[in-house]
Design a protein around this ligand. Structure first.
Ligand code: NAD
Length: 401
C-alpha cells in the first residue's frame, strides 16, 4: 500500500479550496492543516471540513504540524518566501502558477529542492487535462502535419488581480500548453497591452512567440471581455485543431482544412491557391478533473521519488517567458530574445518583472531570512524550528537587485 502523505494547504482564497477538495478526496493523502491569514476564509472552510485543523500561522505548518508536504496557493508575491521556507523545513512543495515573481527565485527554489532531495512542483494544471494530452497525442502522431502556428484566447470579465498583470495571471495556462505541444522553448517573445482599469497593471495583452522552423504562437489574455473564452487553435500543414475548453462535450474538433500553393505556375494568371475543405470530427475524450490528476501526480512523485511533469525547471522556464513579456511591454512591444534573459544579470531581470509583479520590501524580511538561514541545510538532518511571519499586504518575493 502507498504511504499516506500528510499535506497542508496555505491560501484559501479563490483557488485554494479546489486544491483542498481534491487533496482531501485522494486516498493516499491525509490533508491535515489549512492555513490562511484571513480568518473568515478559515471559518468557511472549517464549516465545510470540520475534521481538518485550520490556522493563521504558516510557521506552525512548517514546524509543529508534522507534515510531509506543503501546497502554496497564495498571491504570487508570497510564493517565493513561503516555498523557500517550506523547502528549507524539509517539506515537498507544490506552488501554484506562476511559480514565483522572477526566474532567479525559481532557480533558487529548484536548487534548494535538489539539494534536499525534495519534490518541487508547479501548478501547470492543464498539463494534467486529458483533453490537452489528446491534442498532444494527435499532434505527435503527425495527424495535422507540421505545426504552423497556435493561437490562444483566454478572456473573461475579471478576476482582476492587484499584484500581477493579466499575462502573469492567465497566460501561464496557455504557455504551458503551447510549450508542451511545441516541445521546445520560444526564441523570441513580444508583448503589447494596455491598462484600462488599474493604472500600471495591464488588463488586456497580446503576446507573440516565435519558435524554430518559422512556427509561432499568439496568446491573447484579457480580464475585460463580456464572454468567458478559453480557446486554442492549432494550425497544421494538413489539418487544424480547435480546442475549446468551455465546450461541455466536444472540446476538441479536428478540421480537415488546409490551403496549398500550386507547386508550379508559369504566369501570375495561372497562380491559384488550393483551398481544401474536408470533414470535421470530434474525438471522444474521457472527462476527468485535471486538478485531481495534478494533485495525484504530486503525491505519486513524492511516493516514487521522481520528478513531476510540471517540475521546478518547467516552472522556471515559464516564468522566464513571463519576464520577457514584461520587458517587451516596457519596450513598447519590441521582441525580446529568450536566450538574452538567460544571460542577463539579476538586476535586469528584476527590472523587467517589477512592473508586473510590483516591488515592496517585506517588513521584518531580515528576520525571516535569518530564520531561513538557521533552517536545516540537508534533508537527512532533522529540521530546526522556523518562525515565519508573513503578512498578506506587504510580504513579497522580489529579487535582491
Ligand atoms: N491552477 C489554476 O488553474 C489556478 C486558477 C486560479 C488561480 N491559481 C493560482 O492560485 C494562487 C492563488 O490565487 P487566488 O485567485 O486563489 O488568490 P486569492 O487572492 O483569492 O487567495 C489568496 C489567499 O492567500 C491568502 N494568503 C496570502 N498570504 C498568505 C500567507 N502568508 N499565509 C497564508 N495565507 C495567505 C490570502 O488571505 C487569500 O485568502 C495564485 O498563484 C493563482 O495564480 C491557479
Amino acid at each position: 500500500m502507498k504511504k499516506q502523505i500528510k499535506v497542508g494547504v496555505a491560501g484559501c482564497g479563490y483557488w485554494g479550496p479546489n486544491l483542498i477538495r481534491n487533496f482531501r478526496g485522494l486516498p493516499d493523502c491525509q490533508l491535515k492543516l489549512i492555513c490562511d491569514l484571513n480568518t473568515s476564509r478559515l471559518d468557511h472552510l472549517k464549516r465545510l471540513y470540520p475534521g481538518i485543523q485550520t490556522g493563521t500561522d504558516y510557521g506552525h505548518m512548517l514546524n509543529g504540524a508534522n507534515l510531509d508536504a506543503v501546497v502554496i496557493a497564495t498571491n504570487v508575491k508570497n510564493h517565493y518566501p513561503m516555498a523557500k521556507a517550506a523547502l528549507l523545513a524539509g517539506k515537498h512543495t507544490f506552488i501554484e502558477k506562476p511559480m514565483a515573481g522572477c526566474a532567479e527565485h525559481c532557480e533558487e527554489l529548484v536548487e534548494i529542492a535538489k539539494k534536499n532531495g525534495l519534490v518541487l512542483m508547479t501548478g501547470h494544471t492543464f498539463l494534467y487535462s486529458p483533453v490537452v494530452r489528446k491534442v498532444k497525442e494527435i499532434v505527435a502522431a503527425g495527424d495535422i502535419g507540421e505545426i504552423r502556428y497556435i493561437c490562444a484566447r483566454r478572456l473573461n470579465l475579471g478576476l482582476f488581480q492587484k499584484d500581477i498583470n493579466v499575462t502573469w495571471d492567465l497566460a501561464p495556462h496557455d504557455l504551458s500548453i503551447i510549450l508542451y505541444i511545441m516541445g521546445e522553448l520560444p526564441i523570441t517573445v513580444n508583448c503589447r497591452g494596455s491598462a484600462h482599469i488599474t493604472p500600471g497593471i495591464e488588463d488586456v495583452t497580446t503576446m507573440c512567440l516565435t519558435f524554430s522552423d518559422q512556427r509561432s504562437a499568439i496568446i491573447h489574455s484579457s480580464w475585460l471581455d463580456p464572454r468567458k473564452v478559453r480557446e486554442m487553435t492549432i494550425v497544421g500543414s494538413k489539418r487544424m485543431i480547435v480546442y475549446d475548453d468551455v465546450e461541455p462535450l466536444e472540446k476538441i474538433r479536428i478540421f480537415d482544412t488546409r490551403v496549398e500553393r500550386p507547386p508550379h505556375y508559369d504566369t501570375f494568371g495561372e497562380f491559384q491557391y488550393a483551398y481544401h475543405y474536408g470533414d470535421m470530427y470530434a474525438p471522444y475524450v474521457k472527462q476527468e478533473e485535471p486538478l485531481k490528476s495534478e494533485c495525484q501526480h504530486f503525491l505519486d512523485s513524492i511516493n516514487s521519488n521522481t520528478s513531476p511533469l510540471s517540475c521546478g525547471e518547467r516552472g522556471t522556464e515559464l516564468v522566464r517567458i513571463l519576464e520577457a513579456s514584461s520587458e517587451s511591454l516596457q519596450r513598447g512591444g519590441a521582441p525580446v530574445k529568450l536566450s538574452e534573459t538567460f544571460n542577463r544579470s539579476g538586476l535586469k531581470k528584476a527590472a523587467a518583472v517589477t512592473r508586473s509583479v510590483g516591488s515592496v520590501e517585506i517588513p521584518g524580511k531580515a528576520a525571516v531570512d535569518r530564520a531561513l538561514r538557521r533552517a536545516r541545510p540537508a534533508r537527512a538532518e532533522k529540521p530546526s524550528k522556523i518562525k515565519i511571519v508573513l503578512t498578506n499586504e506587504n510580504s513579497v518575493a522580489q529579487p535582491a537587485a
